[in-house]
Write a protein that binds this ligand. Structure first.
Ligand SMILES: *[C@@H]1O[C@H](CO)[C@@H](O)[C@H](O)[C@H]1NC(C)=O
Ligand SMILES: *[C@@H]1O[C@H](CO)[C@@H](O)[C@H](O)[C@H]1NC(C)=O
Ligand SMILES: *[C@@H]1O[C@H](CO)[C@@H](O)[C@H](O)[C@H]1NC(C)=O
Length: 368
């Protein structure tokens, strides 16, 4: 995760602040990737949608819209996910809506997933979100720009459709990123109960399920839970890649952890193998750490500094295996580079770097 955040040098300042704020609670938020031990099911497409127009915006909670199909609570409309709901219709009262909106869809959980850990993952929801599975609350999250997830293994019906309901509140407060305030009322010509949202940033306060929603699986007894990588350039030109890998285990025996760094074209690889002592009390999170020494490394450079071969990525493979021979495989792209503060500018791999393209909004003209 740390490496990923360093990778996105052009992040908005407020996103960086959000990452720092949330790191304390964020454990095991590795990006969902498929492998021989993991399956990812993307739940994008049309969901049911309803904005709560009740004056106090709490009808959905009072009448428990999450405990029944949303369409039985009142009029719903189809809403694409991911997207901002504001600009989907031509209805100004929806575009300018402030408060709780509700999303719902059903998702099949195949019987083949029996015996696996099943996780519901939101890549982002702006701003406050609460999610239910089959009417049971599974996760809530504040912050529009980071992923969150819930272990829903015990709640899902196997080989059956499962109802996923999400309530999202787009109200900005002095504590949100970016901050904003609500103003009630105004000049007498405004309708009774008029509320407006005030903020000072160069963007509309778009809201909704802004990034994909997914279900993914891992083995139940073991999974690679998190990884932190730190690259150091050595005086002889080699790279010391230090790793800390967290492995979730609900088994009592020792765990074997393999770490393999491969060149893109299946070229040479460096690897390490660690024996982690079993949990004292299961389940637990075991941590393995060490260094990989990469000789003749292919460093990651931005294209402004290496036009011919920018952004070179290795593949890092982690395999955690229990004494019962259950393995979880997790592979991710990894760039070898350092970012440091020089005077008067930032350095990449020890050389001054000129920034382009900071503050680009994540937005698209085309909706698919
Ligand atoms: C806009 O949406 C609201 C809520 O669904 C609805 O009551 C209203 O009739 C819609 N307005 C138009 C012009 O369609
Ligand atoms: C949700 O929306 C309402 C109406 O705008 C607001 O008063 C309330 O503070 C919001 N709650 C949260 C948790 O964002
Ligand atoms: C997820 O839930 C299942 C079922 O309760 C449990 O066996 C498993 O250990 C949980 N996984 C994590 C990471 O807590």
């Amino acid at each position: 995760m740390l490496l990923r955040s360093v990778a996105m040098l052009g992040l908005l300042i407020f996103r960086l602040i959000a990452a720092v704020v949330c790191l304390g609670t964020a454990r095991g938020l590795l990006y969902p990737r498929e492998s021989e031990s993991r399956e990812v099911k993307v739940l994008d497409g049309l969901w049911q949608f309803r904005a709560d127009f009740s004056p106090s915006r709490d009808e959905g909670f009072v009448n428990q819209w999450y405990s029944q199909p949303l369409a039985t609570t009142g009029e719903v409309m189809p809403m694409p996910v991911p997207s901002s709901w504001n600009d989907i219709t031509q209805n100004a009262s929806i575009k300018e809506y402030i408060g709780w909106v509700w999303y719902e869809r059903e998702a099949w959980v195949p019987a083949l997933w029996t015996g696996l850990e099943i996780v519901l993952r939101f890549e982002s929801a702006h701003y406050n979100a609460i999610a239910w599975v089959n009417g049971v609350e599974v996760v809530s999250h504040s912050g529009g720009h980071l992923p969150f997830q819930a272990n829903i293994t015990d709640l899902v019906k196997m080989g059956a459709p499962n109802r996923i309901t999400v309530a999202i509140n787009n109200t900005l407060t002095p504590h949100t990123l970016p901050p904003g305030t609500l103003t009630h009322g105004g000049p007498p010509e405004l309708p009774e109960g008029f509320v407006s949202l005030n903020y000072q940033f160069d963007f509309y306060n778009y809201a909704g399920l802004h990034r994909p929603v997914k279900l993914y699986t891992t083995p139940l007894s073991v999974h690679v839970d998190d990884v932190t990588l730190v690259t150091s350039l050595l005086a002889n030109g080699s790279v010391d890649l230090s790793y800390t890998v967290d492995v979730f285990v609900s088994d009592s025996g020792p765990v074997e952890l393999q770490i393999i760094l491969r060149e893109k074209e299946g070229g040479s690889a460096v690897s390490a193998s660690l024996q982690l002592p079993g949990c004292q009390k299961s389940p637990c999170v075991l941590t393995g750490n060490g260094q990989l020494l990469v000789n003749n490394p292919r460093l990651w450079w931005p294209w402004t500094m290496e036009p011919n071969d920018p952004g070179y990525l290795y593949q890092l493979e982690m395999v955690a295996t229990t004494s019962a021979k259950v393995s979880d495989y997790y592979r991710m792209p990894v760039g070898l580079r350092t970012v440091s503060l020089g005077t008067p500018q930032l350095n990449i791999n020890g050389k001054p770097f000129y920034f382009h393209g900071v503050d680009k909004h994540e937005d698209a003209d085309v909706r698919t």
